[in-house]
Write a protein that binds this ligand. Structure first.
Ligand code: SAM
Ligand code: DTB
Ligand code: SF4
Length: 332
């Protein structure tokens, strides 16, 4: 039996496994922090020896008015958070923002639509044009817009889309406490459509929504037993937004983020582990610990979708003080 037959791939001395058990993952999450980070670093160093960090910028093309009831989200019509009323970006406006992101040093541009599912017609034709435009700037293009059909996935692939973001958010067991208008299974089916169209998958979750450690392990198990693993795994800390059911929750402890990142890195050695929402609430040292623990990407730019992100200058300073490989000459 070859390593591949047994479900194990080997690269640069580190095994890539797709058969992780819940107990193994929980054991990692609970390991003494020093040992966990050390193990994550060994894995990370063997796949990313130069410690390159990808800068991804984010733009909300269509904001608010979403029919889903995700209890963390400012953009749901079920929540009283007030983000509706902003007009949608047109193709020209999006490409101007993408060009600005590229000039600031980003190499991936992610566009968000607050939809339950992608709508055909003019908005979808514009989305395809935006993808083509972002790609022609030499950037990776990522879209997040809810569920999609096989046909829509194929057209996005034809337009050159690099990645589709569709998060599982939390464990299958905790999911119904966070969202009631769609199922975990529907999320998985959308991810299959994206994969079958040949688009890479960006799929991760949120911690700090009241889930248990076992829930975090269970979310990671679903991700780490996908074969192939999602190419990109965003790890978000809940940003409690006023007017959402989770508004009163406290920000998760920064070391919980470090543990989540380190465990994701060990489980999915070749994936991009992206330090996502909640970074503004982490101090410089905590962010650098997350990088040490294996995060190799951040969202870069003053805003996420509807909430704020650290300033470009503070990120440049943070990355420079961490000494990670970013070509500063490009955007000094
Ligand atoms: N409507 C699409 C969907 O749900 O797939 C795309 C947009 S949605 C805002 C993208 C992701 O952002 C969510 O799946 C969630 O993981 C994350 N997110 C949204 N609001 C957040 C918050 N307040 N704190 C942390 N992460 C959040
Ligand atoms: C992801 O996992 N996090 C990003 C991106 N993928 C689309 C979005 C974070 C949104 C945070 C809340 C907001 O700004 O509305
Ligand atoms: Fe809609 Fe996405 Fe927000 Fe859920 S997370 S309410 S699907 S925009």
């Amino acid at each position: 039996m070859t390593l591949l037959d047994s479900g194990i791939q080997k690269s640069q001395g580190v095994s890539i496994r797709f058969d992780w058990s819940l107990d193994e993952i929980q054991y990692l999450l609970e390991k003494p922090l020093m040992n966990l980070v050390w193990e994550a670093q060994i894995v990370h160093r063997s796949f990313n020896p130069e410690y390159k960090v990808q800068l991804a910028s984010l733009l909300s093309v269509k904001t608010g008015g979403c029919e889903e009831d995700c209890s963390y989200c400012s953009q749901s019509i079920h929540n009283s958070s007030d983000v509706a009323g902003q007009s949608d970006f047109d193709v020209k406006g999006v490409l101007e923002q993408a060009k600005a992101a590229k000039d600031a040093g980003a190499d991936r541009f992610c566009m968000g639509w607050a939809w339950r599912e992608i709508r055909d017609g003019k908005p979808f034709e514009s989305m395809l044009e935006m993808v083509r435009g972002v790609k022609s700037l030499g950037l990776e293009a990522c879209v997040t817009g809810g569920m999609l059909s096989d046909q829509q996935a194929a057209r996005l692939a034809d337009a050159g889309l690099t990645a589709y973001n569709h998060n599982l958010d939390t464990s299958p067991e905790f999911y119904a406490q966070i969202i009631s208008t769609r199922t975990f299974q529907e999320r998985l089916e959308t991810l299959d459509r994206v994969r079958n169209a040949g688009i890479t998958i960006c799929c991760g979750g949120i911690i700090g929504m009241g889930e248990s450690l076992k829930d975090r392990a269970s979310l990671l198990r679903v991700l780490a037993t996908m074969n192939p693993h999602p190419e990109s795994v965003p790890i978000n800390a809940l940003v409690p937004v006023e007017g959402t059911p989770l508004e009163d929750l406290n920000m998760v402890d920064s070391l919980e983020m470090v543990r989540m990142v380190a465990t994701a890195r060990i489980l999915m050695p070749q994936s991009r582990v992206r330090l996502s929402a909640g970074r503004e609430q982490l101090n410089k040292e905590s962010q650098i610990l997350c990088l040490l623990a294996g995060a190799d990407s951040i969202f870069y730019g003053e805003s996420l979708l509807t909430t704020s992100n650290p300033s470009v200058q503070s990120d440049k300073d943070m990355l420079a003080s961490a000494g990670v490989s970013v070509n500063w000459d490009l955007y000094e």
